[in-house]
Design a protein around this ligand. Structure first.
Ligand SMILES: [Zn+2]
Length: 183
């Protein structure tokens, strides 16, 4: 049995379905999910807002970020598929930018895309800005943190309904804060 198949079977249990359930059926449900994202934040956690811009020099970023986190966030590198421990993170909580701590997604917004990268069908409002990149033959929508400008991944139109969006995110660009405050 492949490991992924086993994990899927284990994930069917009733204890974790709430953190990793199917997307809401309507856009109203998506909006409610966006409106109440703070309910997934660990109590007492201080987080910045997208308008508190963080501008650091290249040297300052190098001191702040290690290895792959630096090359993904500051040089638009892409981690190898299937390498991030956050692929299998299914606990309730909030995913923040590894560069600046801005909250980006909640556990409710994550789904299993089968791509090997953490995938989300919507975001916390205002978390990202987008632009088109032409690094490969066809144009892709690149998205980056609204606060620090760090590159996170690419946005595709093959996600689950009702948004139809897939935010394909590098795990190295994310930090997960479990709702219960444990790490
Ligand atoms: Zn950031």
């Amino acid at each position: 049995m492949q490991r992924r198949t086993l994990l899927k079977i284990l994930a069917v249990g009733p204890f974790i379905t709430r953190a990793h359930a199917a997307p809401p059926k309507t856009m109203k449900g998506i909006q409610e999910m966006q409106d109440h994202w703070k309910s997934l934040l660990a109590p007492g956690t201080e987080v910045p807002s997208p308008t508190e811009e963080l501008n650091l020099t290249k040297e300052e970023w190098k001191k702040r970020l290690q290895g792959l986190s630096y090359s993904v966030l500051r040089e638009e590198d892409t981690e190898r598929a299937g390498t991030s421990p956050l692929n299998n993170e299914k606990r309730p909580g909030v995913f923040t930018c590894a560069g600046c701590g801005l909250p980006l997604f909640t556990s409710e917004m994550k789904y299993e895309s089968g791509t090997g990268w953490p995938s989300f069908f919507t975001t916390i409002p205002g978390a990202f800005k987008t632009r088109t990149d032409y690094k490969i033959l066809y144009p892709r929508t690149e998205y980056h943190c609204a606060r620090c400008g760090g590159h996170h991944g690419h946005l595709f139109d093959d996600g689950p309904q009702p948004t139809g969006k897939r935010y394909c995110n590098n795990g190295a660009a994310l930090k997960f804060i479990p709702k219960d405050g444990k790490t």
